[in-house]
Write a protein that binds this ligand. Structure first.
Ligand code: TXA
Ligand code: MG
Length: 329
């Protein structure tokens, strides 16, 4: 199968819509990472997503809807704070897990009684969702375990030959996957950290928990137990205090004929003068936005990515550190 990359416009959106309503899958841009989409009510189409990615069959998918879509068609909203969160942070990188009404096929929810729903803000993605007016389920458009794609080219590198169309909506601005929030209980609970931070949720709801992922939990985020986001080269992760260890590791790799790169925030780069660097930027938002792009750049030109941790785990850094541990730890 030939895989075409087409800029998002009226014509390509129409083509994507036709493929999707015909039971096919299409890669789509969102403001977080690219998604591999199928119509959420079509079991056969949804099965294709799992096959193409090599995704474990117990890891459910997120349903994406346009901003005027009536959520009550898909899920039961039990708590009023949900409407405050919708008002404050959607469309945007916030996924909420509700009690499902069973409209989305069981292949997508993996037979569970909950459904994760997200309203993406990416203009091209909204355009497609509006045109199709049905929920599209979509995991990140990478092969299972690999780093999530933030450009159409990244998707092509993983999935060319397996899908007919990649809608190109430019580089994703957010850069890490959405925050996944369990809203089935009286207090919302973060299942996966992202750009909508614990602090931002607390500011609206007054409180916000973080899931510890214990066995027997009613709502778990199965995805968090898998190895994830890993680039194809070797990796290592160090704290910002381990400058000597980082330089030793770097030199060891050079000594065996390798090509190491140090991936770090701009403020620690001065410790690594004249070394190969993958610079992530200065603010937490810049760092999130560049993280996967730099990992995917690094795996192409380097034998070892030496990642340097963030200063702490507050705000957006929580989501970044979660990805860094899984990709490089
Ligand atoms: O930003 C994003 O969320 C991207 C873009 C494409 O929208 N999508 C994405 O999908 O990251 P995926 O499949 O790579 O990750 C979905 C996460 C997984 O950790 C999964 O376990 C969790 O959401 N999830 C999905 N449905 C769930 C449910 N019903 N209950 C708990 N966790 C769920
Ligand atoms: Mg993923």
């Amino acid at each position: 199968m030939e895989t075409l990359i087409k800029k998002v416009d009226e014509k390509s959106v129409k083509e994507a819509k036709d493929i999707l309503t015909g039971g096919g899958v299409v890669a789509i841009p969102t403001e977080t990472v690219y998604g591999l989409a199928a119509v959420g009510t079509n079991s056969q189409a949804v099965k294709k997503i799992f096959e193409i990615k090599g995704r474990p069959s117990d890891n459910p998918l997120i349903a994406h809807v346009h901003k005027d879509y009536d959520l009550n068609k898909l899920v039961t909203v039990k708590h009023d704070y949900v409407y405050d969160l919708i008002k404050a942070y959607t469309p945007g990188p916030l996924t909420m897990v509700f009690e499902s009404k069973g409209v989305i096929c069981k292949e997508a929810t993996c037979g569970g009684d909950t459904l994760a729903v997200r309203i993406p803000s990416h203009v091209g993605c909204q355009q497609l969702l509006k045109a199709i007016d049905m929920p599209l389920v979509a995991p990140s458009a990478n092969l299972s375990k690999h780093t999530s794609p933030v450009t159409a080219k990244h998707v092509y590198d993983d999935l060319s030959g397996q899908i007919p169309l990649i809608l190109d909506g430019g580089k994703c601005s957010g850069g890490i996957e959405s925050t996944v929030l369990d809203v089935t209980g009286k207090t919302p609970r973060i299942l996966r950290a992202g750009l909508i931070t614990k602090e931002m949720i607390e500011a609206v709801v007054g409180c916000c928990g973080i899931a510890e992922h214990k066995e027997g939990d009613k709502v778990k985020s199965p995805g968090v137990k898998y190895k994830h986001y890993r680039p194809h080269c070797k990796t290592a992760l160090y704290t910002r205090e381990q400058i000597k260890e980082i330089l030793d590791k770097y030199n060891e790799e050079i000594a065996v004929g390798g090509k190491p790169y140090i991936m770090c925030a701009n403020d620690v780069a001065e410790n690594f003068l004249e070394k190969n660097l993958l610079l992530l930027g200065s603010t937490p938002e810049q760092i999130a936005s560049n993280l996967y792009d730099k990992l995917l750049e690094g795996e192409k030109k380097s034998t070892l990515i030496i990642a340097v941790a963030m200063p702490d785990e507050s705000g957006v850094y929580m989501g970044i550190m979660n990805r860094l541990r899984k990709s490089c730890g």
